[in-house]
Write a protein that binds this ligand. Structure first.
Ligand code: CA
Length: 713
C-alpha cells in the first residue's frame, strides 16, 4: 500500500479517544510497520467506535454504516465529482464476486478498505484504491437453504465496529469476523433453524450491540429483532413483533395488548409474520432505534386472522429503546395487511420545516404506495400521500392516521386487480435524502397484481404459505409494468421530477453534494442525474442489471463511486418475461468502482444463451394445463412466471433434455440440492412431476416456434 494510505492507517491506530480518527490527527514519528494486509485492515477498523458511528455524517471520506449515517440518509457531502464533471466518470477497477445470483449489498468503506458481501452471505475485504482482494470469508451456507428464501440468496451488507466485521448469514447465523483476516471470532445462531428463517439484511451497531432481524414470512415464521453484545455474541434482548401462542406467557406487555388485534386459532402455528428483514435507523439524541416490520404470515388475513383485526405489529414502524428493546411507540402503515405490504422499506430520519415548524421526522415509502412523514419523537402521522398509483386505499386519514381501504381491495369472493403489487411501489432498494435539494430519491415502480384466495390452501410447514393463488398472480398485466427514479418533496408531498425506465426493479440511490443522484438500472447500466431537475448527465454499461445501492468515498484526494452489479432478487426471479426484458446477458456479479478519468474496461457482455432444440412429442393439453398449475403454485417464485427465466437462475425451457429425463430425481429426490434447488417430496408426487415435465417441454417447444424465422417451418 502506498505511503498516504499507511499514514492514514497509523493515524487510526494512534487513536485512543472518542472522535479521534479525524483527518487532523498527526502521524506519529516512530512508525510501526504494518506489513500485512491483515494488519492494515484490522488497524483501520479498530477505531470505528460508537463516537465515530454517531458522527459518520461528518466523515465525508468514509461510509461507515449501512445508510452512511445513523439517520440512513445515503447523502454524501463529497463534491469532487459534480454535475459539471460527472461526464468524465470512468471505471477505475472491478472485482469479480464469482456468482451469478443477485447482489444487494451496500459496501462499507473504512479508511481505504471496502467491506462488502456477495451471494450466499460471502464477505469480501478489498483495498479501496486498487481493488485488490484482502480476504474473503465464506460462511458455507448449506445450499438447500436456497429453498427457504423467497427472494434470492442475497445479502445486503455488513457492519463494522472495533476491529471486527459482522455479517448475518442466509441460514440465520450472526458472525463476528476479524477485520484483518476474515477469521470467525464468534458465531451465534439467531433463529430456530428447523423453521424457514433466513437473514438477508445488514446488521446495525447501536451502543455496543448488534441489531439483527430475519425473514421468512412467505413460508411461515414469527418475526422478531434481536440485540447481541458485539464483544461476546451474547443475546442482550429480543423483541417479538407479533404474539405467539396465547396459551403461553407473553414475552412483553406490548404483546399482551397486541393479541386482542388477532383472531382465530391458527396464526401462531404458521408464525404470524412481521419479520424485521431490512430497514433500521437510529437517533442518538432521542436514543431511539427504529425498525420496520413485514407482512403477515400467511399473506391473506382471511386465513391468518379470520374475523379481521389490525394484527399488531405487522407492517409497522417500531421505535424501540436500544438498551433493552422496550417499545416506545409504533405506527402501523397497513393495519390487518392482506396484500404483502411490508413496512421494511428504507427509513430516513431528517429535520424538516413543515407548516413553519421544525419537525424531527422519519420518512418511509413502504410497499403500499404511500409516502409517510412521521414525527419520530412520538410516532404521530404528519402526512401520507401516494407516491405511485394506489388502488387498495383511497387515502390515509389525516386525523386517525389510518388508510381508508377501498372496497375493491377485498379479494375474498373474487379476483381483484390491486396497485401496488406485492413487489411494492418501492421495495428494499434504498432511497436517499439530499438536504441541499430537500428531495428524497426513490427507486419507484408501477406493477399491478391480481389477488385471489387460494381455495386449496392449508398450512404446509416449510413450503410457501401465502393463502393467495399464484396461478392468478401469473397473469399480471405486463404492459402496465414500469419503473422510474422519483424525486419526491417530503414537505409538499409531491413529485418534483422523474426519470422513466422501461421496467421496474432498478437500483437503490445515492445522492451527493455535487448535485447528483446515482442509480444503477435494471437495463444493465449505471447512471448519474442532476439532483435538482433529473437531467441524465452520464450513463455507463454495467454488464448486468443493478439492484443494489451505490456508495461514494475519498482516498488520497480522489473521489470514487462504488456499486455492486448483479441482477437478482424477487422480481428478477418471479417476473418471467417482464424480468427477462431487462436484457441481462451474462449475470457476472461484480463490485464496480468508478472515478473521474477511469479507463478500466469490463470484459465483453456477450450473450451466453445457446440455441434450443425442440423435443418431439405430442402435447397432452390436459397434462400440460395441470403442469402449469403445479408450476405456478410451486416453482414460479424462483423460475419465473410461464417458466421464463429472469436472467438469474435456470430458464427451464432451455434445460439440457437430460434434465427433463431426471426431473423426478431433481424435484423429489433433491439431486440439485447443492445448487440451491430443494426437494419437494413432502408436497409433490410423481404425477405432479410428470405434469410439470409435460408443461416444461411444451413451453420449450413454444420457445423454439417463437424463435423460428417468419415463414419458416
Ligand atoms: Ca413479503
Amino acid at each position: 500500500m502506498r505511503r498516504f494510505a499507511l499514514a492514514r492507517i497509523l493515524t487510526a491506530v494512534a487513536c485512543a479517544t472518542p472522535g479521534c480518527g479525524s483527518r487532523t490527527a498527526s502521524v506519529p514519528e516512530a512508525e510501526p510497520v504494518l506489513a500485512t494486509p491483515a494488519e492494515r485492515a484490522r488497524a483501520v477498523t479498530s477505531s470505528v467506535d460508537d463516537a465515530r458511528l454517531r458522527g459518520a455524517a461528518s466523515e465525508p471520506a468514509s461510509w461507515l454504516s449501512h445508510g452512511r449515517d445513523p439517520a440512513e440518509t445515503r447523502y454524501s457531502p463529497l463534491a469532487r465529482i459534480d454535475e459539471h464533471n460527472v461526464g468524465q466518470l470512468g471505471l477505475a477497477w472491478w472485482l469479480d464476486t464469482e456468482t451469478t445470483r443477485g447482489l444487494e449489498a451496500t459496501p462499507l468503506v473504512v479508511d481505504g478498505v471496502i467491506y462488502t458481501t456477495g451471494s450466499w452471505s460471502v464477505v469480501f475485504a478489498v483495498d479501496a484504491s486498487t481493488g485488490k482482494l484482502l480476504w474473503k470469508h465464506d460462511p458455507e451456507v448449506p445450499r438447500e437453504w436456497g429453498g427457504k428464501v423467497c427472494c434470492d440468496v442475497v445479502n445486503r451488507g455488513v457492519a463494522v465496529y472495533r476491529g471486527r466485521v459482522y455479517v448475518g448469514t442466509l441460514d440465520g447465523r450472526l458472525q463476528a469476523l476479524d477485520a484483518g483476516t476474515g477469521q470467525v471470532v464468534w458465531s451465534v445462531v439467531t433463529v430456530d433453524q428447523t423453521r424457514p428463517y433466513s437473514i438477508t439484511g445488514a446488521p446495525r451497531v447501536v451502543k455496543g450491540k448488534l441489531i439483527i432481524g430475519n425473514g421468512g414470512a412467505e413460508f411461515g415464521v414469527r418475526g422478531y429483532v434481536s440485540a447481541y453484545d458485539a464483544e461476546t455474541g451474547a443475546l442482550v434482548w429480543r423483541f417479538y413483533t407479533v404474539p405467539g401462542d396465547p396459551a403461553k406467557p407473553f414475552e412483553s406487555p406490548e404483546l399482551e395488548k397486541a393479541v386482542a388485534t388477532w383472531k382465530g386459532s391458527q396464526w401462531w402455528k404458521v408464525g404470524g409474520g412481521g419479520t424485521v428483514w431490512d430497514s433500521m435507523a437510529y437517533d442518538p439524541e432521542l436514543d431511539l432505534l427504529y425498525v420496520g416490520t413485514g407482512n403477515g404470515s400467511p399473506w391473506s388475513r382471511h386465513v391468518r386472522s379470520p374475523g379481521g383485526g389490525d394484527n399488531l405489529f405487522l407492517s409497522s414502524i417500531l421505535a424501540l429503546e436500544p438498551d433493552d428493546g422496550t417499545l416506545v411507540w409504533y405506527y402501523q402503515t397497513t393495519p390487518g395487511d392482506t396484500w404483502d405490504y411490508t413496512s421494511t422499506q428504507h427509513m430516513i430520519l431528517a429535520d424538516l420545516v413543515i407548516d413553519g415548524r421544525p419537525r424531527q421526522v422519519l420518512m418511509q415509502a413502504p410497499k403500499n404506495g404511500f409516502f409517510y412523514v412521521i414525527d419520530r419523537t412520538n410516532g404521530e402521522l404528519i402526512s401520507a400521500k401516494p407516491y405511485v398509483q394506489v388502488t387498495w386505499a383511497k387515502e390515509v386519514d389525516a386525523k386517525t392516521g389510518r388508510p381508508v381501504v377501498a372496497p375493491g381491495a377485498d379479494y375474498r369472493e373474487k379476483t381483484v386487480e390491486i396497485r401496488p403489487s406485492t413487489l411494492g411501489g418501492h421495495n428494499w432498494h434504498p432511497m436517499s435524502f439530499n438536504p441541499k435539494t430537500g428531495l428524497v430519491y426513490i427507486p419507484a415502480q408501477e406493477i399491478p397484481i391480481f389477488h385471489a384466495m387460494d381455495r386449496e390452501w392449508k398450512y404446509r410447514p416449510g413450503a410457501w404459505n401465502t393463502g393467495t393463488d399464484f396461478t392468478v398472480v401469473a397473469a399480471f398485466p405486463r404492459e402496465l409494468v414500469s419503473g422510474h427514479l422519483l424525486a419526491w418533496d417530503p414537505v409538499a408531498q409531491k413529485e418534483v421530477w422523474r426519470a422513466q425506465y422501461p421496467g421496474p426493479w432498478n437500483g437503490g440511490t445515492l445522492t451527493s453534494a455535487g448535485n447528483l443522484v446515482f442509480q444503477g438500472t435494471a437495463r444493465g447500466s449505471f447512471a448519474a442525474y442532476r439532483a435538482t431537475d433529473g437531467k441524465l448527465l452520464w450513463e455507463a454499461p454495467a454488464g448486468t442489471g443493478i439492484v443494489a445501492a451505490p456508495v461514494t468515498y475519498e482516498l488520497d484526494g480522489v473521489q470514487y463511486v462504488a456499486v455492486m452489479a448483479g441482477w437478482g432478487g424477487a422480481f428478477a426471479l418471479v417476473g418471467g418475461d417482464a424480468a427477462a426484458a431487462a436484457g441481462v446477458k451474462n449475470n457476472a456479479g461484480r463490485l464496480l468502482v468508478f472515478k473521474l478519468g477511469g479507463e478500466a474496461e469490463l470484459p465483453g457482455f456477450e450473450a451466453t444463451a445457446v440455441p434450443v432444440a425442440p423435443i418431439a412429442e405430442a402435447a397432452d393439453a390436459k397434462l400440460v394445463a395441470r403442469g402449469s398449475d403445479v408450476f405456478h403454485r410451486w416453482c414460479a417464485v424462483c423460475h419465473g412466471f410461464a417458466a421464463v427465466g429472469g436472467g438469474v437462475i435456470a430458464d427451464l425451457r432451455r434445460s439440457d433434455p437430460k434434465v427433463y429425463a431426471i426431473l423426478p430425481d431433481v424435484v423429489l429426490g433433491g439431486a440439485y440440492r447443492g445448487r440451491g434447488m430443494p426437494s419437494f417430496e413432502k408436497w409433490l408426487g410423481v404425477d405432479d412431476v410428470a405434469a410439470l415435465r409435460a408443461y416444461l417441454v411444451s413451453r420449450r417447444n413454444e420457445l423454439v416456434r417463437e424463435a423460428a424465422p417468419a415463414g419458416g417451418s
